[in-house]
Design a binder for this molecule. Sequence first.
Ligand code: SAM
Length: 243
Amino acid sequence: MRISRLYLPSKLATGDTIDVTGDAAHYILTVLRLRQGYSLIVFNGEGGEFDAVLTALGPKKAVKLVIGEFRSTDIESPLNITLALAISRGERMDFAVQKAVELGVSTIVPLFTEYCVIKLDEQQAQRRLRHWQLIAQHACEQCGRNKLPEIALPLKFNDWLLQTRSPNRFIFHPDQAQHLNNLEIDQQQIELLIGPEGGFSDTEYQLSVNSGYCPVSLGSRILRSETAVITALSLVQHLWGDI
Ligand code: SAM
C-alpha cells in the first residue's frame, strides 16, 4: 500500500510528538482514513520529508504524530518556471493548477485578461487563492514534491507585464509558426503566458511581444487553456528540465 503524504506547516524534528488538529486532523482521519499505528510521510515545505507514525487519537478528533527519520528528498525541477495563466472557469482552473504542480511549476500567477470571463472582488480573489493553494498542497502530497509552489493573488494582465522579470518569457498563441524546440534558453528561469478560452486580445498580444515575450505555437490544433498548460509545461520540462 502506498504511504500517505501530508503537508504540515509546522516545525518538524525527529523524535518530536506533535498534535494535529482542525482540517489536517480531519484530512488524516476522514480522507486518508489512517488509524492508530499507521505510518505516513510529513513535510513542511522547507525541503525534505519525515517519516511519522500516528500514535493516538485525542479528544475532539485531534491526532498525535511521532516524527521519525528525516530524508532530504528533493525532486524539484532544475527549472524555475512561472506560469502566468488567465483565470478560467472553476473546475478548469483547478485542473490546470493541479497539473501545473505535478509538472513542476514553481509559481502560478492567475491573471485577469480582456477576454477572461471570471470577475472576482478582493474577498472572492482571496478565497479563490486559498482554494488554489489547497489544490497545490494536495498535488504536492500526491506527487511527492516537498516544496509548495507559490500561487500569487490574481493580478490584472497589465500589472503583471509591469512586474515580470523572467529572462526567458514565452507567450503561447495559436497563430505562431515558431516552436519551443527551435529555441534556446540562457538561464533556468522561464515564464509561460497562457490565455483564456477566448484567447488574448490583439492589444494584449502586442503589448506582451513589445515587452519581451517570445511568441510560440503548440501546434496547429487549438487547445483548451488547461491542455495548453499541460502541453507547454511538458515540452519545457522535456527540452530543458527533468522529463
Ligand atoms: N480562439 C482563441 C485564440 O485564437 O487565441 C483560442 C484560445 S485557447 C482555447 C486558450 C489559450 O491556450 C490560448 O490563449 C493560448 O495561450 C493557448 N493555446 C491553445 N492552443 C494553442 C496553440 N495551438 N498554440 C499556442 N497556444 C495555444
